[in-house]
Ligand binder design. Structure first.
Ligand code: NAP
Ligand code: MG
Length: 408
């Protein structure tokens, strides 16, 4: 096949558009790096916050269903409405986080891996290889039930079995005055899916797997996570891990946090939902920029959703609206597209699509390594005389120029 011919993508790719600065970059990436090279059908869903409001958030549910139909989605960052956002966009209500809604429908695990460029070194100098975070994307505090306690009284957790068996209850606290309570849950099926996704991903990337929780304090809840991981490992993975020369081990979350800092990296660190939320931002910042962190939701039912780990970059968007030049980093958005395309190619058996994704990533990395970068990276890059800061669009144009050379 001639290189200047468009590459055919067999199955539609589900596209979830988003908000603010990322929406602007998303469009440029698509226009310069994707559409000129691919003959592709994009199943487009506009998750702009106004559009979510207009459809009473039905558009988010439809997008998740489309991912379940086609298997692979790519998502731009979206605003999670707060009271301020409700005023800013005159929203009917404070809609839930789209990512929360999509995760609840697809279930699954979010893996976040930093993008390593030769001239962007992690702040933690011992890290030689990426630290990948595997975040359980279901339950716990993200789907909690909370109550403000107005005054003295007993708070309990109660379980009423469907089959009429004995009611289970436990006292949370005997309140003497006002306070707060929270109920959280998880399911064995979701935890097992999480464990399976982590073992699969670790073996695929040939990295050690660490799982950490706090089972010394949470003797039923966290202990169940640990037991399910242990059972999954001994039943299905012990031999395969040994053959691949990789390890699985469990350790307490605080011990793991301390060990990670002294490690060389090359680890998949599996974490419960909240721990993963926090630790992934810490790992991202330690790698130089939030804009160098990719994210993929892997569902146990075989669905994949790729996105950047960062948000909509609101501060830059307001600068843009004020007519000022911005220098916002599109690396993680580019890698969301390439991650989705590579997976699409894998599932469709079209290696040329996966190879194109590799080319786009190489073009993006070579651009940064040649010293052409956005402001966030210039601040953390290994100093070099040829380093220069470029504007948002100019960076993507520089990547496009390199890609064009590769495709000639
Ligand atoms: P953010 O968009 O991640 O940005 C926080 C700060 O990180 C920015 O102000 C900027 O720092 C830096 N940054 C992030 N991405 C960058 C990029 N690509 N290039 C250069 N700098 C980058 O977080 P936020 O401002 O707290 O949240 C904004 C909105 O995003 C919120 O409405 C939130 O709900 C939403 N959000 C969405 C997702 C998602 O859809 N996955 C995730 C998180 C947040 P400087 O200002 O110092 O330059
Ligand atoms: Mg977070």
């Amino acid at each position: 096949m001639k290189k200047n011919q468009k590459i055919a993508v067999k199955t539609p790719l589900v596209e979830l558009d988003g908000d603010e600065m990322t929406r602007i970059m998303w469009q440029i990436v698509k226009e310069l790096l994707i559409l000129p090279y691919l003959d592709i059908e994009l199943d487009y869903h506009d998750l702009h916050v106004k559009r979510r409001d207009d459809t009473n958030d039905q558009v988010t549910v439809d997008a998740a269903r489309a991912i379940m139909r086609y298997g692979v989605g790519v998502k731009c960052a979206t605003i999670t409405p707060t009271e301020e956002r409700v005023r800013e966009y005159s929203l009917k209500e404070q809609w839930k986080s789209p990512n929360g809604t999509i995760r609840a429908l697809l279930d699954g695990t979010v893996f976040r891996a930093p993008i390593f460029a030769k001239n962007i070194r992690p702040f933690v100098t011992s890290w030689k290889r990426p630290i990948i975070i595997g975040r359980h994307a279901y339950g716990d505090v993200y789907s909690n039930a909370e109550l403000p306690i107005p005054g003295a009284g007993r708070a309990e957790i109660v379980f009423t079995p469907e089959d009429g068996g004995p009611v289970l209850r436990n006292t949370i606290h005997d309140f003497a005055g006002p306070g707060i309570i929270q109920g959280i849950h998880n399911t064995d099926a979701s935890i097992a899916g999480f464990a399976k996704a982590c073992f699969t991903y670790a073996l695929d990337r040939k990295v050690d797997l660490w799982f950490s929780a706090k089972d010394t304090i949470s003797k039923t809840y966290d202990a169940r996570f640990r037991a399910i991981f242990d059972a999954e490992f001994s039943t299905h993975w012990r031999e395969r891990f040994a053959a691949a020369g990789i390890e699985y081990f469990f350790t307490l979350i605080d011990d793991a946090a301390a060990r990670i800092v002294r490690s060389e990296g090359g680890i998949l660190w599996a974490l419960k939902n909240y721990d993963g939320d926090v630790m992934s931002d810490m790992i991202a910042a330690a790698n130089g920029s939030l804009a160098m962190m990719t994210s993929v939701l892997v569902s146990p039912r075989g669905y994949f959703e790729y996105e950047a780990a960062h948000g909509t970059v609101q501060r830059h968007y307001y600068q843009h609206l004020a007519g000022k030049e911005t220098s916002t980093n599109s690396m993680a958005l580019i890698f969301a597209w390439t991650g989705g395309l590579r997976k699409r190619g894998e599932l469709d058996g079209t290696p040329e699509v996966a190879a194109f994704a590799d080319q786009v990533e190489a073009a993006a990395l070579e651009t940064v390594e040649a010293g052409i970068m956005t402001g966030d990276l210039l601040a953390v890059a290994t100093p070099a005389p040829h380093n220069r800061k470029v504007a948002t669009r100019a960076f993507i144009e520089a990547v496009a120029a390199r890609l064009e050379e590769k495709r000639r």
